[in-house]
Write a protein that binds this ligand. Structure first.
Ligand code: EPU
Length: 305
């Protein structure tokens, strides 16, 4: 696939921006990654449907990038198209007795939804305070904290498949797991979702948010990172296992295991994806040797096209 040719076809009908040869690092919270042949930001559902129709004819790899907070992008050029969801950020709400029914675009930052629920006093997403990324990413990865996850507030999810067909799934018709959902395995794009929150006093919502915020205060949020690197094994904390295995402070190039919370790998300057991945493997091996646990990745790795 020739990227200039592809962008010429797309530009005919696309409203959102299309850029060639874009560095992906700045689009992620970790700040590493090579370039992509084509990067585009759909502005409407029609943009998406058009993109998928062209994909059905031209067959190119498509990578979906939300807030870029839970992903490690390879240093080499990604040959394919990166779809950035950030502009698909519609928001509408309907109040029915003590419930708020919210319809939200996949590209809206989760933090905006959390801020809205705080401002107007609606309960259900207090745990999500401080979780970076977009609503779409949070839905696909069922983002959460111990015992709570985004799926608890979801009513339905709307997806677009490879032929451009739009489908609305009820929450009950999808499987939801720990930091994952069935949506991950389907070859679909999450375009929007429905959320249900319950009316509550602003003070109570704020108190719950504060509780979660305090728990997060041990995490190094002021540094470049991809959040927690590994999933917690059942009944254990990956951070604790890494810590007791002596991983804090380990370093490959500018990639460093945080001293504050061992499940965070920081980009302390000019780290590359190769540095981060090498450090991940080093930590995995050490934890396996010292504790017997084989840690599983929570972050996604964008493979090369
Ligand atoms: N711990 C250590 N050393 C460390 C880190 C943690 O001993 O370096 C200990 C803590 O003292 C605590 C236990 O391990 O006793 C659990 O740590 P923490 O409360 O920080 O929770 P966690 O299980 O490490 C989970 C989520 C975080 C989320 C916090 C909120 C996962 C993999 N991690 O962390 O999510 O912010 O709970 O309390 O589920 C993320 O998903 O990106 C993420 C950071």
């Amino acid at each position: 696939m020739e990227s200039r040719y592809l962008s010429t076809i797309l530009e005919k009908h696309f409203i959102g921006p299309i850029k060639l040869d874009i560095s992906l690092g700045p689009l992620t919270t970790l700040g590493v990654g090579g370039k992509a042949d084509v990067c585009l930001w759909p502005a409407t559902a029609e943009d998406l449907a058009y993109l998928y129709r062209i994909k059905a004819q031209e067959a190119f790899p498509l990578y979906i990038l939300g807030g870029g907070s839970n992903v490690i992008i390879s240093d080499k050029t990604l040959h394919g198209v990166v779809l950035c969801t950030r502009y698909m950020s519609s928001f509408s709400v309907e109040r029915q007795s003590d419930k708020a029914y919210i319809e939200v675009g996949a590209g809206l930052p989760l933090s905006h939804l959390v801020a809205w629920s705080h401002r107007y006093g609606f309960s259900g997403l207090e745990f999500a305070i401080g979780i970076p990324g977009t609503v779409g990413g949070a839905v696909v990865g069922n983002a959460g904290v111990k015992g709570e996850a985004v799926s608890q507030a979801i009513l339905w999810v709307e997806t677009v498949d490879g032929e451009g067909h739009v489908c609305r799934w009820k929450k009950e018709d999808l499987e939801w797991g720990y930091r994952t959902s069935e949506l991950r395995d389907k070859d679909v794009f999450v375009s929007s979702c429905g959320i249900e929150l319950r009316a509550e006093s602003i003070e109570l919502v704020e108190a719950k948010m504060n509780e979660h915020w305090i728990k997060r205060s041990s995490q190094p949020y002021h540094y470049k990172s991809a959040g927690c690197i590994f999933k917690n094994p059942e009944g254990e904390s990956a951070g604790r296992l890494l810590d007791i295995s002596g991983c804090k402070g380990l370093r490959v190039g500018d990639a460093i295991v945080s001293e504050a919370h061992a499940n965070f790998i920081l980009n302390a300057g000019q780290a590359t994806a190769a540095d981060i991945l090498a450090l991940i493997e080093k930590c995995r091996k050490i934890v396996m040797e010292r504790t017997g646990y084989m840690l599983e990745l929570e972050v996604r790795i964008f493979e090369l096209g």
